[in-house]
Design a binder for this molecule. Structure first.
Ligand SMILES: *Cc1c(COP(=O)(O)O)cnc(C)c1O
Length: 466
């Protein structure tokens, strides 16, 4: 499998290269030159086989001698419930529970696969690596747990100070290991992401530390997420999907699953009040503003990186058009999506903005009706699913985090603490609850939002150690 940059100016690359080099040198994102077709009846196989087969399709030659089935089994072994439970909450409306992994969010699905793939590459090459990633909370928590046992990798996680939940912060700062670094940045998620982008494109630094990323721009993460769409579409074919969306990685996996032949209906982008995409779908103007802090911090994103991949497809995979779009965006801070591209996007996707009160009401109402507790991210997907439910067509909302991870929001919605009792006994939380017992490191390292400061930190901490 060959990968090319959406911006069309970086050299093409193999799977093992893009595993460790998420962002292309021209600032674009790697995409497979051609999406492979799924084998027929793949959805009927055990989950691990679905995941392994999809990895095989994307890994190309490098994957020939790898046991991806074992890798998937190992990745998901600590999940409390696996494969992901699919709950029908009312007729034709489902929740796909993706939060039973160690960090209590769906990101465990992809991150645990990615950490193992990266270790394989480094074991083969004998090299070492520094992973740098921006997080609005859950990526960092999932990465810390996924890389806790890595032997060839340093992990540095940048999160917006004061904008992640205390459980998330403890999950990031509480694991004591000299190769794990949590950095609180005095800014918002977009600041963190901009710093990571800037440092990654600093070639000297990237080479010195062998920098890489695990953000959802990494195609291997997208590949790992395709599996649960294929799996769910095997159980409820032709369903629409409502996906709580931040950086657009999760929903992009759904789009890829559909393009590869899985029977999926429409993909509903469920956004919180950082509604850059619902506005763009309505008006055709992509106009990011400053991100606002909401009760669903993992979705407080105004520059959804992975949208570039969907846009690239919608533009007929025309890199020049895409470059013009981003040039306009850089110069004017907003850019028009060309008409045909917008029409193409609207064929596959719909977009809904769910305001804070509506998601709180959704949490309260499902709790009153069924005793089921949703986290504020899931609630946004669920509210969008209810709004977009089409007659006779099932809709699956992705349940992306466990309610106990966001106790303040849940308390606001229903007047009591989210706890493990929110789910039937068979669905109690995964081992992530252990994070509650972890202490914070005395003072997490905190830095002003400047790339130069983070750069200095990395060089100080890792250069010699690495
Ligand atoms: C990361 C995250 C999202 C957003 O997913 P993207 O792939 O960034 O769109 C939604 N909900 C939760 C709980 C998350 O952790």
């Amino acid at each position: 499998m060959i990968y090319a940059s959406t911006r069309g100016e970086a050299p093409k690359a193999s799977f093992e290269t893009i595993l460790t080099r998420a962002l292309a040198s021209d600032g674009g994102l790697y995409v497979p030159e051609r999406l492979p077709a799924l084998p027929t009846s793949l959805a009927q196989k055990p989950y691990e086989e679905i995941a392994a087969e999809i990895l095989r399709l994307f890994a190309g030659d490098w994957g020939r001698d790898k046991d991806f089935s074992a890798l998937a089994r190992e990745s998901y072994a600590p999940f409390r419930h696996h494969p992901p439970p699919l709950e029908e909450t009312e007729e034709g409306v489902y929740l796909l529970e993706l939060f039973h992994g160690p960090s209590g969010a769906f990101k465990d699905y992809a991150m645990r696969i990615l950490s193992r793939l990266m270790e394989l590459v480094l074991t083969e090459s004998g090299g070492r690596m520094t992973i740098l990633t921006a997080t609005s909370g859950d990526t960092g928590a999932a990465a810390m747990s996924a890389f806790a046992e890595s032997r060839h990798i340093h992990l540095a996680v940048l999160y917006p100070k004061g904008r992640v939940s205390p459980v998330q912060e403890r999950q990031m700062t509480g694991l004591a290991a000299s190769h794990l670094h949590a950095l609180a940045i005095e800014g918002d998620f977009d600041d963190c992401q901009a710093i990571v982008k800037q440092l990654m494109s600093d070639e000297a630094l990237a080479e010195r530390l062998n920098l890489s990323g695990v953000n959802s721009i990494n195609w291997a993460r997208i590949a790992a997420q395709i599996a649960y769409y294929v799996y769910a579409a095997g159980i409820v074919p032709d369903a629409d999907f409502a996906v709580p969306t931040g950086n657009f990685g999760d929903i992009l996996a759904g789009y890829a699953a559909k393009r590869m032949g899985a029977p999926l209906g429409r993909l509903v982008i469920a956004a919180n009040e950082n509604a850059v995409l619902p506005r763009a779908f309505e008006t055709g103007l992509y106009a990011p503003r400053a991100a606002r802090a909401t009760l669903a911090p993992s979705m407080d994103i105004q520059a959804p990186s992975n949208f570039e991949r969907a846009l690239f497809d919608a533009m007929g995979r025309d890199s020049e058009k895409l470059r013009l779009f981003f040039k306009e965006l850089e110069e004017k801070k907003q850019a028009a999506i060309p008409k045909e591209a917008l029409a193409c996007l609207r064929r596959h996707f719909a977009a809904e903005e769910i305001k804070e009160e509506e998601s709180l009401r959704a949490i309260a109402s499902l709790y009153q009706k069924k005793g089921y507790m949703m986290d504020p991210h899931t609630a946004i997907g669920y509210a969008a699913a209810k709004r977009r439910k089409r007659d006779g067509k099932p809709i699956i909302a992705l349940a992306t985090a466990h309610a106990a991870k966001f106790p303040d929001a849940v308390r606001r919605a229903i007047g009591r603490e989210a706890d493990s009792l929110a789910l039937p006994a068979s669905r109690r939380p995964a081992p992530f609850a252990a994070a509650k017992k972890m202490g914070l490191k005395e003072t997490p390292t905190s830095l002003a939002p400047r790339a130069s400061l983070v750069r200095a930190y990395l060089l100080r901490e890792m250069d010699c150690a690495a």
